[in-house]
Design a protein around this ligand. Structure first.
Ligand SMILES: [Zn+2]
Length: 164
């Protein structure tokens, strides 16, 4: 079975002769990304992949595709899919992104549900050399979630040994 584009639209062909005799089967255009969901990197509404601009907020998606990797990561720190968020946060920590610090601070202060994202944010703060980030890491040792507190305390120790 294969798809072929014709003037009439997309055609499904299967063992060619079966459809050549009769009229072609018209189906809506197949979208290979139908199983994947794309989001606007600004307002996070669902988006068709081929759009150059977000219909909801007007964000220039086409220009965004050319944006530096770090900028994409900074936005992905608020991605609606938690595993993507966590991954973006982790990479920001590994590349030592100073620009990520205010975002990480915000996550540590405001995130109330996703422990995994919180732990990644605390870990990233520990990796980035930045005084504000260091203060936030210290503040996280008093975080309302004990698991975050514990991780922050370990990371404060880890930093001390690493720099001392
Ligand atoms: Zn948008």
């Amino acid at each position: 079975m294969s798809w072929r584009r014709s003037r009439e639209g997309w055609r499904l062909t299967w063992r060619n002769h079966e459809f050549e005799r009769g009229s072609p089967v018209h189906l809506p255009e197949p979208t290979c990304g139908a199983m994947l969901t794309y989001y606007c990197p600004s307002c996070w509404s669902e988006l068709r992949e081929d759009l150059a601009e977000c219909p909801n907020c007007g964000f220039d998606v086409a220009a965004y595709k050319q944006a530096p990797y770090e900028e994409k990561l900074l936005r992905a720190a608020f991605h609606p899919i938690p595993s993507i968020r966590a991954m973006a946060i982790s990479i920001l920590g590994r590349i030592g992104s100073a620009q990520a610090v205010p975002i990480l601070e915000r996550i540590v202060r405001e995130e109330k549900q996703d422990i995994y994202v919180l732990l990644e944010a605390v870990q990233a703060l520990a990796r980035i050399e930045d005084p504000a980030g260091e203060n936030m890491l210290l503040a996280a040792t008093q975080h309302p979630f004990p698991v975050v507190q514990r991780r922050a305390k370990e990371l404060v120790e880890w930093r001390r040994h690493r720099t001392g």
